[in-house]
Design a protein around this ligand. Structure first.
Ligand SMILES: NC(=O)c1ccc[n+]([C@@H]2O[C@H](COP(=O)([O-])OP(=O)(O)OC[C@H]3O[C@@H](n4cnc5c(N)ncnc54)[C@H](OP(=O)(O)O)[C@@H]3O)[C@@H](O)[C@H]2O)c1
Length: 369
């Protein structure tokens, strides 16, 4: 029995859809076949109704060809992880999928509440994290973010429990750039190095398969911004920690029709050559996952007509917006938050079509487009 996603398992999942979905809907990254549409779980109320909606939406999405699930411990105060855990248990028990077929990612860094905001936030922080020695006050930045090794280790254990898993396939440090500007870059690099050391240890213990950074502004900003992240610098820290066979293998960043910076802005450099983060990631062997593919639903309506003329064959703007993201060279998966079953159905329909060819994609950026 496998405790994580494997090449054999994800290939088996892919083949199951050979008559119903485009086989190009799955892409291989680090030996795993990942669906080009991934399940996101950020938004929504912290209540039982939304828990059940998410649980059912995960089951439905997996049945329709989504084997990439994304969450974070702080999403809906740990409720998103718990809803996904409940869904996975049903999927496994009913024999609909096995653990080795599905790629599960979560994140740690933001200090999470437990199901609902506590009455006294300060007392909750002190009792839950400071008194047991899980985090030291000086490790906490802006009252909400921490990536000290003890703390991340504790969060990973909680995530494993919430998700009802023995191993998480991708573990991200959540928005580490949050700490830049509040601590010096030198101190930031020290903290990243300590976190990467912990995460490499967790790989060898079999608790995670690989790790990375899930970000918001970090990789999209100007080089001179306080919160700027250099992918090459982070990859070098991983190499310093674990050599060439390090497990810093995935990054996540927002990318969509309204936020195309990962493709269009040359704010990174690799071996002295200036380039975009997508190209830098390719050269450094890092997989890129796109978040916020619909700009939190804003791109599901009123898209300009030329987008439909370039990305043909779709019924809705949400589908076109997803097609844009999953067709971008260098993006492995377009994550979309979907707790509504109708949204799951509509979004997963895109998987029946292969991602756009390079010619179709380039037309979007041309004058005729
Ligand atoms: N820094 C980070 O690490 C970071 C930041 C942002 C996001 N993320 C990840 O990326 C995922 C996706 O981003 P996101 O959830 O913020 O934004 P998103 O995927 O752009 O949008 C999600 C919203 O769109 C709605 N929606 C989904 N499909 C739709 C459709 N076909 N038509 C109309 N509305 C639709 C959803 O509603 P329903 O829920 O009602 O279906 C939800 O409100 C997140 O869930 C999270 O896993 C990571």
């Amino acid at each position: 029995m496998s405790y994580n996603a494997t090449n054999e398992g994800t290939a088996r999942y892919k083949i199951r859809f050979k008559n119903t979905l485009a086989q190009e809907h799955f892409r291989e990254a680090h030996g795993l076949w990942m669906s080009t549409i991934g399940f996101g779980s950020y938004l929504g109320n912290y209540d039982d109704v939304t828990d059940i909606k998410y649980r059912n939406a995960v089951i439905n999405a997996v049945e329709l060809g989504c084997n990439k699930i994304d969450t974070a411990i702080n999403y809906r105060f740990q409720r998103s992880e718990r809803s996904i855990g409940a869904a996975l248990e049903i999927l496994f028990e009913e024999g609909k999928i096995s653990r080795d077929e599905i790629v599960i990612a979560t994140k740690g860094g933001y200090i999470p509440f437990d199901g609902a905001p506590p009455r006294d936030i300060r007392a909750y922080f002190i009792e839950t994290f400071i008194k047991p020695g899980i985090a030291q006050p000086e490790d906490i930045v802006g009252g909400s973010h921490c990536m000290a090794p003890n703390y991340i280790e504790n969060q990973l254990e909680r995530s494993l429990k919430n998700l009802r898993l023995q191993c998480i396939d991708i573990y991200y440090l959540h928005n580490p750039e949050e700490q830049l500007g509040k601590v010096s870059r030198e101190e930031f690099h020290k903290r990243i190095r300590a976190a990467f050391e912990l995460l490499e240890r967790k790989v060898s213990e079999g608790k995670i398969s690989m790790y990375g950074t899930a970000t918001w502004n970090g990789y999209r900003q100007d080089k001179n911004s306080a919160g700027y992240l250099s992918l090459e610098e982070l990859a070098n820290i991983a190499k310093w920690v674990a050599g060439e066979s390090h497990h810093f293998k995935v990054i996540q960043l927002p990318y969509n029709l309204a936020m195309p910076e990962a493709l269009t802005v040359k704010n990174q450099s690799v071996d002295g050559e200036i380039t975009s983060v997508l190209e830098a990631a390719r050269r450094l062997g890092v997989t890129v996952i796109a978040s916020s593919s619909l700009l939190q639903s804003q791109l599901s309506r009123n898209l300009p007509d030329f987008i439909g003329e370039c990305l043909k064959g779709f019924e809705t703007d949400a589908q076109r917006a997803l097609q844009f993201v999953r067709s971008t060279p260098g993006i492995t998966t377009a994550l979309v938050g979907m707790s509504d079953l109708n949204h799951v159905k509509e979004n997963m329909k895109v998987a029946q079509t292969p991602p756009a060819s390079a010619e179709e994609f380039i037309k979007l950026f041309s004058d005729e487009g």
